[in-house]
Design a protein around this ligand. Structure first.
Ligand code: PMP
Length: 430
């Protein structure tokens, strides 16, 4: 599909299409992208932009990938969708088998949801139904971390940071949960246990109401791109285990290698009771997510009053999405992804290093294929975005953050181009 007339298409878009977190009356500019291939997005005027975003953590193999295209074509000839109620199909079984082989053996029971936010809703409902089944329905609160982000639906929003999230906008509608202070420890810094002490105090104050702890392991993403110490995660997991409170790991952003390990939980050797995956699950091709739990949790849910797990979206286990997810996992596992992510990490460290000396830069941090430049003040997104496009890169800042998370297949020269563009836009004009 092409734009017949780009100018009128942009005018229509401006008048009628809502974009993420955007005003309909004063929208920020959007850029017309007509194709994407490898690590490049192609604008309607033919310009190519090196992709620094992986379409929000998802497109780990880049775009227009032969193997992923082929998987969808093949499945399309069989069936694009069929209801999952009372029916199963080869792509769902094949994906389930791949996830079983990939994930810790304890994570046995797989719910195929349709987006990351829904995967989080499903995880929360699993935790609540678990405690109903265990005869402790008073355990219906969650403990989350400040600066966390878990999605935009109501149940997920209620678990996002209470200040930078949307709690005040929807007060009275969202359920009230508990929040522990955001960990201050750094991934590669010293660990003195004070963050965990604060977490533990909040945990113990509400222990008998707690159904679960939910967190983004190691990388707090949309809430600030913060990277915390693996020992904090290990300590939280041990506390949950000792007190028999469920641990939900939201790996929707970090899953499939982004932090340098297949799961960010692997940095701490932690196996959660409930795991959420999404985004890169399909290599960024189609919307699909998964919430995966243990046999024990699943069986306890089955003993609850409902007797069944109460969720079942229309597009559950969509065959096209499952087929491309299988192909994406196969492609990832057949690739030297650890070396690629390590090379990207080294490239980001070297390429973003000069930012440390630039005015307005508060901190530069890198882990795996994630590079973050945190500014002291919020940036002007529209202006920076235009400068980046002029420099031939696709980088979308938010708040005080300019960050890079390129596809794993990015070439060294393309990565250098992304880092160079960040340095250029932050360098004051002479
Ligand atoms: N959890 C985390 C950690 C995420 O980063 C996101 C998406 N940014 C979500 C949940 C929500 O996923 P989705 O946008 O697919 O609903």
């Amino acid at each position: 599909m092409h734009f017949i007339d780009t100018t009128s298409a942009l005018a229509f878009d401006r008048n009628h299409l809502w974009h993420p977190y955007t005003s309909m009356s004063q929208p920020l500019p959007v850029y017309p992208v007509v194709a994407a291939s490898g690590c490049e997005l192609q604008l309607a005027d033919g310009r190519l932009l090196v992709d620094g975003m992986s379409s929000w953590w998802a497109s780990i193999h880049g775009y227009n990938v032969a193997e992923l295209n082929a998987a969808i074509h093949e499945q399309l000839g069989q069936m694009s969708h069929v209801m999952f109620g009372g029916i199963t199909h080869p792509p769902a079984v094949a994906l389930g088998q791949r996830l079983r082989a990939l994930l810790p053996p304890a994570l046995e029971c797989i719910f195929l949801a349709d987006t990351g936010s829904v995967a989080v809703e499903v995880a929360v409902k699993m935790a609540l139904q678990y405690w109903q089944g265990a005869g402790q329905p008073q355990r219906h609160k969650l403990l989350a971390l400040r600066r966390g982000y878990h999605g935009d639906t109501c149940g997920a929003m209620a678990l996002c940071d209470p200040e930078t999230g949307m709690h005040s906008l929807f007060a009275g509608v969202l359920p009230n949960h508990y929040f522990a202070p955001a960990p201050q420890c750094r991934f590669d810094g010293p660990y003195d246990g004070s963050d965990f002490a604060a977490f533990k105090a909040e945990f113990l104050a509400h222990e008998h109401e707690l159904a679960a702890v939910i967190l983004e392991p190691i990388v707090q993403g949309a809430g600030g791109m913060r990277l915390y110490h693996p020992q904090y995660l290990a300590d939280v997991a041990a506390l949950c285990r000792d007190h028999e409170v469920l641990l939900i790991a939201d790996e929707i952003a970090t899953g499939f290698g982004r932090s340098g390990k297949l799961l960010a939980c692997d940095h701490a050797g932690v196996v959660p009771d409930i795991l959420c995956l999404g985004k890169a699950l399909t290599g960024g091709y189609l919307t699909l997510a998964a919430t995966i739990t243990s046999r024990h949790v699943a069986e306890t849910i089955s003993q609850s009053a409902a007797g069944v797990f109460m969720h079942g979206p229309t597009f559950m286990g969509n065959p096209l999405a499952c087929a491309v997810a299988c192909a994406s996992i196969d492609l990832l596992l057949a690739s030297p992804w650890q070396q690629r992510v390590a090379a990207i990490e080294a490239g980001l460290r070297a390429g973003l290093e000069p930012c440390r000396q630039l005015p307005g830069v508060a901190e530069v941090r890198v882990l795996g294929a994630i590079g973050v430049v945190e500014m002291s003040e919020p940036v002007d997104v529209a202006t920076l975005q235009r400068q980046f496009v002029e420099l031939g890169v696709w980088i979308r800042p938010f708040g005080r953050l300019i960050y890079l998370m390129p596809p794993f297949v990015i070439r060294p020269d393309q990565l250098a181009c992304l880092c160079g563009a960040v340095v250029t836009v932050l360098t004051p004009e002479a």
